[in-house]
Design a protein around this ligand. Sequence first.
Ligand code: GAL
Length: 656
Amino acid sequence: MTRTQRVPLDRMWYGGDYNPEQWPREVWDEDIRLMQRAAVTVATVAVFSWAKLEPEDGCFEFGWLDEVFERLHAAGIRVDLATATASPPSWLVRAHPEMLPVTASGTRLEFGSRQHYHPNSAVYRRHALRLVRALAERYGSHPALEAWHINNELACHVTHDYSPESAAAFRAWLRDRHGDIETLNASWGTAFWSQEYSDFDQIEPPRDTPSFKNPGQQLDFDRFMSDAWRECLRAEAELLRELTPDVPITTNFMGFFKGGDYWSWADELDFISDDEYPDPADPIAPAYAAMTRDLMRSLSGGAPWILMEQAPSAVNWRPRNAAKAAGWHRLLSLQSIARGADGIMQFQWRQSRIGAEKFHSGMLPHAGEDTRVFRETVSLGAELAGLRALVGTRCPAARVAILFDWTSWWALEQESTPASLSYLHIVFRWYHELWRRGVLVEFAKPGQALNDYDVVIAAGAVALSAEARTELARVVTRGGQLVVGYQTAVLDDSLGVLLGGYLGELQSVLGVHVEEFMPPAEPSLSGGAVPSLEISGLGAGAASEWGEVVRVHDAEVLASFVGGDLAGCPAITRRTDAAGGAGWYVATAPSALGEIASAVLEAAGIEHTLLPDQVEVVERGDHRFILNHSNVPVTVGEIEVAPRDVLIDSVLRVAV
Ligand code: GAL
């Protein structure tokens, strides 16, 4: 069949991982019948099928997959074809145990679960590409082929590998980055603790050490491993582009995943897709999930993306796995659509009977068709079919950006820092306040032009290059509102301190510098009493996590610390620029952070309303979604929304 027979899918993606090879043939007919009943449009196939596709070195068996393709095609279902490279077969691992990953303490991780390889293995890469080529040659022009799904959740279980092969690749990467050993020594600050190297060959990955590891070495290793995984992605993508130039390529991201700098990985893809497993037992989950959807939309530059995996109900990998109560799955699915997704996929179509994931829910549960979960599977399919008018539409451009920086994430959470802080918590606190006010957010990458935003927030972005700092400073001088939270621009992107009060180029637009960090002690260190911080002024009340001595040279003090060692010190400042912009500095985590967010939004002329608890309002295309994640009815404006329900503008309902 020729490629010209492919017709673009004009509906939402709806379906899930489909693993028929794990089931006897008689189940396959039922699968197709029930998929049709559920209005499934796309099935992700072959994710963990390497051993079935290539049972012996170089011997491919495609018969079963041909049949799967034909059955799905006959039923009008498209295939998101995985390249099956996420779990190498045992014959390959046994022949080449050097491809197995090694931990920082030297333990080799064995065959017997999945992802038992490391990304720097030449043998792995060679065999993976041979498989990808074979798949592309076999199915590249099949009319059911909708997209390539490279690997699966790259780096999910093995983010860092310390094998000899990775060590050698790390040295080559370092040579490339630093050029000569003197530059590396300067960048890593090896004059400290007698760590100088006289040759690249002396360098190892940051394995377990007696005391704190060199911060520069660790950061470069984080960068190197992210790049190594991206190289696996790129190698497959390049081959697929050569062999099947018309078939779009994706790989499933994992939301805010520390192991991979998704800003750089995203460049390898034709469209972004994401796996997200919000915990039904966690009240913060809807807001956090919204944040991940906004990251995906930002990674795809505003273009639609696909929710590639979510659980129809419970997962199997938490200590206790809460089921999704009725309505929750639909709600989170429509949240993704509202925030720019063109498809809703799940892990997995049919719940497994055997194996490590048998207690993970599926669209078709163990108990069969006559179940709540399957009824919800069917009704969600029908609802998404009715939303086809949304396909290809976008959310409005956000006026607020939050800086998101993997380098800072890695740096902030290293050992031997002023306090152990979570980068995601710091970012989420700001995001959450904007979410509660119905304000759409995009995430921005350090150094990117920020001209399109009226408000830019950089918090916990501890290690920024001069270019990134300058770009942030420009927000103020061109009339925007820049909010800088504590532990931002303390270091440059080689982890050298910005001397003279930190903040670098930001000092002049903020009108402050920081003299000393004074994070409050942890409750355990203070004999059980929770040390409290308090501020007066804007956002008055309790504060937590961080305090510091801020020295003001050219800014108003909007709030100050009350009591304790920081009594009277500025906690929140603002410097208004001649151009009308302002640089806000926030030196703690106030409980009333929302008040500060509101003040910033007002200064930028951005409309916002504090929504009822657990309620979300989002626009996409010409439509507005009101999502009620709570268990009680709510009223938004004049509109009543039932518990765990979603209302979409009537305009859309007419179009259905
Ligand atoms: C994902 C993975 C799937 C499945 C799922 C279970 O990490 O891609 O294969 O294991 O988790 O929640």
